[in-house]
Design a protein around this ligand. Structure first.
Ligand code: MN
Length: 216
């Protein structure tokens, strides 16, 4: 049966992405939602983007925007995002493309196509979260890619089970109404890249780049 798979915060860690995909072994009827932060920190951001694009040729893939792509795309025009980009791993991304100016030249179509969120059945995938009390269609993209405790420390009333990344925990973390799958890949040398795998029968489990497979 087809699976729904979420992967977030790869951060240039091409080898961990390949390990994880080798374990998950995507099939043509699977759907993979990439939840942003493809780039920065790890040394192979360009290869990560090539890989996730390539995967879209063998199964249904959805690509969301993360905070690091947002900062990268605003870096040239905005002092604050320029600071964020260059001080949170952007140098590694620029190096992987052979210069900052090549990032949008090579993968501009991909970065400009990134979606803010994605809904599939009872699940809503978003990079960082949503702001409570604001309708989905009125959410600010900056919140959706940067929000932290104001989202995950409180119950929300959106009619979805929200799957997000952006804030890292040691392991995937499950609340009654939300799930975080960022386990620090790219930020810490030995951190795993973790995917949520939702089986056709609805079973949710977590698979990481070290081959662990667990339920919470
Ligand atoms: Mn991140």
């Amino acid at each position: 049966m087809a699976r729904l798979i979420g992967i977030s915060d790869i951060h240039g860690e091409y080898d961990k992405l390949c390990s994880l995909l080798g374990i998950i072994a995507p099939q043509s009827d699977d759907m993979i939602v990439f939840m942003g932060d493809y780039i920065d920190r790890g040394s192979r951001s360009k290869d990560v983007v090539d890989k996730v694009i390539e995967l879209g040729e063998m199964c249904d893939c959805v690509y969301l925007i993360g905070s690091h792509e947002y900062a990268m795309m605003h870096a040239k025009h905005d002092e604050y995002y320029d600071y964020l980009f260059w001080n949170y791993g952007g140098d590694a991304t620029a190096d992987s493309y052979g210069g900052f100016e090549n990032i949008m030249r090579v993968h501009g179509d991909f970065y400009k196509s990134l979606q803010p969120y994605f809904i599939k059945g009872k699940y809503l995938f978003v990079h960082a979260g949503l702001r409570s009390g604001i309708a989905l269609e009125d959410q600010d993209l900056v919140d959706m890619v940067y929000i932290r405790g104001n989202f995950y420390n409180y119950a929300h009333n959106f009619p979805y089970r929200i799957i997000f990344g952006h804030t890292e925990f040691d392991r995937a973390r499950v609340w009654a109404d939300k799930i975080c799958i960022d386990t620090g890949c790219g930020k810490y040398k030995d951190a795993a890249l973790t995917a949520i795998v939702i089986e056709g029968d609805g079973r949710e489990h977590f698979v990481n780049s070290y081959g662990e497979d667990y339920e919470l």
